[in-house]
Design a protein around this ligand. Structure first.
Ligand code: ADP
Ligand code: GN1
Ligand code: MG
Length: 371
């Protein structure tokens, strides 16, 4: 069946009236299949996101959607309590005729939610103010969810940011070497295993009681933030599938990993890959302006380190997927995951070279933010 007919069928099931005017595909995300659709009913046109949930990655859609729907409702109330209009700041999911917020059709799992009109996402920073705004948005997101009952959240992907487990998975994939690719990537494997000790740092701090679990987003890449077409401000955090208890440092570090890189995550020319200390400064400023007072000393002291750790973890995951035969992340060409892994490892090196400078920046901005 064509995707058009699939969308028409799904729309009926989710109670959408009218004719399908047009649809387009989003290809930025590495996990789900995302379509923007427009329906016309009489004078009215409405836009929605139709999304195929990747059930290989998210194995329990019931639990996943329970998290997502409850969190979005909670955020909506929070935003409205503060007298603001939540319609452009919050996702809103549609209920299907099975009484759930998702359904299975043609062996795929689907959900539909409102498209936030006159908004856009970006994959790299054109102007520093965008990154400062993204930092504010993720800081606010964390603050708004600070009272959310964390124990009610399901773990949608087990050990998602458990870096030591990610390294173990890499070692297992090297040992299995199902595609016979391990020989070709000996240097990358060595790079990863040489930094095995770093992987344990945040979990160690948690075990010592120095950093708390919080409700975190866990996938804070720049294209998971919607910007407003008119004001260019960050208005809405999207891609809520990995909201789980986690460390604030995961969210901070992952945002820097993606947005603080001087080039795209999959630029094959490693000379282009560097950490922009200026962009790091902008994001830190935005983030700390909204949540500095809530952070523990150990959290603040490890902000710069978290950028290195999350970049390392992501590189390890790309490399593992390359060894496994590209079964997790969507790839556009053979070797795409290896290009991504090399890019991330180069960025790790650059962060290592700039770590002292980045720590000093954090200290300065933090002292200003808690005044
Ligand atoms: P993935 O999990 O595959 O990354 P996302 O949920 O991030 O999927 O969606 C992919 C892209 O679709 C986003 O980067 C964004 O450009 C667009 N998008 C998703 N939801 C909305 C929305 N409610 N309004 C506008 N654009 C959206
Ligand atoms: C995936 O879904 P997307 O593209 O926003 C991945 C993240 C990685 C990221 C790397 C559920 O994010 O963990 O950091 O790719 N999401 C999942 O770009 O694994
Ligand atoms: Mg996304």
């Amino acid at each position: 069946m064509s995707i058009q007919n699939e969308i028409k069928h799904l729309a009926k099931k989710f109670g959408i009236e009218g004719e399908l005017l047009d649809f387009s595909v989003y290809t930025d995300g590495h996990i789900n299949s995302t379509y923007r659709v427009t329906f016309e009913s009489g004078e009215l046109t409405e836009k929605y996101i139709v999304q195929g949930i990747n059930t290989r990655v998210f194995k329990n859609p019931d639990e996943l959607m329970e998290n997502v729907v409850n969190v979005t409702k909670y955020l909506k109330d929070k935003i409205e309590e503060s007298g603001k209009d939540s319609s452009r700041q919050c996702l809103e999911f549609l209920k299907a005729d099975n009484g759930k917020y998702f359904l299975f059709y043609n062996e795929k799992c689907w959900r539909i939610y409102r498209f936030i009109d006159k908004s856009y996402t970006i994959n790299y920073i054109k102007n520093r103010s965008f990154f400062e705004n993204a930092g504010k948005a993720f800081g606010r997101f964390q603050r708004n969810l600070s009272g959310y009952p964390m124990e009610t959240l399901h773990e949608t992907i087990k050990d998602f940011h458990n870096t030591p487990k990610r390294v173990e998975a890499l070692e297992a994939s090297v040992a299995a070497d199902v595609k016979g690719r391990a020989k070709e990537v000996e240097n990358e494997i060595k790079f990863a295993l040489d930094r095995k000790e770093d992987a344990k740092v945040l979990i160690g701090l948690y075990e010592e009681g120095l950093i708390p679990l919080r409700v975190t987003h866990n996938d804070t890449k720049l294209n998971n933030v919607l910007f407003d077409e008119e004001t260019n401000k960050a208005i809405c955090i999207i891609d809520l599938d990995t909201i789980m208890p986690g460390f604030s440092l995961y969210d901070f570090g992952d945002a820097i990993r993606f947005g603080g890189n001087t080039t795209k995550e999959d630029d094959a020319d490693l000379d282009n890959v560097n950490i922009s200390v200026e962009l790091f400064k902008s994001y830190t400023k935005g983030f700390l302006s909204t949540c500095a007072k809530a952070l523990t000393k150990a959290e603040v002291d490890h902000l710069a380190f978290s950028a290195k750790l999350m970049t390392y973890e992501c590189g390890v995951r790309f490399l593992t997927d390359y060894l496994d035969g590209d079964v997790y992340f969507r790839t556009e060409y053979p070797g795409h995951n290896l290009v991504r892994a090399r890019n991330q490892f180069k960025l790790v090196e650059e962060i290592e070279n700039n770590l002292d400078k980045m720590n000093r920046i954090v200290e300065e901005i933090y002292l200003e933010a808690i005044k």
